[in-house]
Design a protein around this ligand. Structure first.
Ligand code: SF4
Length: 326
């Protein structure tokens, strides 16, 4: 089955809402993996609403719900933005009316996932689940069908938000790929806890222990932090919308300047390797204040590229605990 048919874009519900608010023009935003479904979305919305609705697509970044294309919507005069693939980000409310559609993965083999979870499920153990937006219903179903231990769904998490781990013995991050689980593990390092963390990928039907991968990530990150110590010229890169983080950036700029460092700030919608390479040798350290995990992608550049949390470790002179994301 194709990716488009395996996921629920909730087009009936969207059509009902658009009719209700008499929308004339919409801007549709999809994460890259769902952009192959653009034709299907257009066709289904046309079937429900007809030709009067003008549908425009945004191809600007949509990595998370922190990046709702408000600018694009204003430019084209959209009545509403349909943002697929995420639920609303807790730290940001777009100024344009936005419908967040989680896009549930429907082709799940619940029995396989249940068997995987049963391997770590013991009597009197509380297994907490957190997930990306695609697996909310699956997690709620798992709460019902697993009786060997207590399963509690704690909700959706992002790569920069921390799970609620109260009353949990084990935390299972239900998500495709590795990023969501690894970043969730990293956010927990700044808390005192005795949790065991597992990663469950319901696309690949795998359950794995992230400790070894985290150990490698941390050794690289500590090396990068040490490279940045006492460097003079710092560039802080801020993003748009929910990736602006003005208060944190102000704090960083002030603290770095108090220590006598030179600090510049750059704003960018999408940061990539070329943009950083084009800076040449103008800066000694770059801090990515937009999406924290991006700093990890640039580990092999000549200059250290840090997260906000890593920069704060340097500013506070405290290397005893790794801070992620800030
Ligand atoms: S900042 Fe990054 S990790 Fe956080 S919600 Fe946005 S895209 Fe996801």
């Amino acid at each position: 089955m194709s990716v488009c048919l395996e996921h629920n874009f909730e087009l009936d519900l969207i059509a009902q809402e658009l009719k209700k608010i008499k929308a004339k023009r919409i801007l549709v935003q999809l994460p890259e993996g769902f952009r192959i479904c653009i034709n299907l979305i257009t066709q289904k919305l046309r079937e429900h609403i007809g030709e009067d609705l003008e549908i425009l697509y945004s191809l600007n970044p949509a990595y998370g719900p922190c990046l709702v294309d408000e600018y694009g919507a204003n430019e084209v005069g959209a009545d509403v933005i349909i943002h697929f693939g995420h639920v609303e980000y807790p730290f940001y409310r777009p100024s344009t009316k936005t419908m967040f559609i989680p896009v549930e993965f429907q082709a799940i083999d619940v029995d396989k996932v249940r068997s995987l979870l049963n391997t770590i499920c013991k009597e009197n153990t509380r297994v907490c689940l957190v997930s990306t937006s695609q697996h909310i219903k699956l997690c709620k179903r798992l709460e019902e069908v697993i009786n060997k231990c207590q399963v509690i769904y704690k909700g959706v998490v992002y790569g920069c938000t921390t799970s609620d781990t109260e009353n949990c013995d084990i935390l299972v991050v239900v998500a495709g790929g590795r990023f969501s689980c690894l970043s969730q593990y990293l956010t927990l390092l700044k808390k005192e806890h005795n949790l065991t963390v597992y990663c469950l990928d319901p696309y690949a039907n795998t359950l794995w222990d992230p400790k070894e991968e985290i150990r490698k990530i941390l050794s690289t990150r500590i090396w990068k932090i040490h490279e940045a110590l006492n460097k003079q010229r710092w560039l802080i890169v801020i993003g748009f919308y929910g990736q602006s983080r003005n208060e944190l950036v102000k704090l960083l700029v002030n603290k770095l300047r108090e220590r006598g460092f030179d600090v510049s700030v750059a704003k960018v919608l999408k940061i990539d390797r070329e943009s950083l390479l084009n800076l040449g040798s103008s800066f000694d350290v770059v801090v990515i204040a937009s999406c924290p995990y991006l700093a990890f992608d640039f580990y092999d550049l000549d200059i250290p590229v840090l997260t906000i949390g890593e920069a704060l470790m340097i500013i506070n002179g405290d290397m005893s605990r790794y801070i992620y994301p800030w």
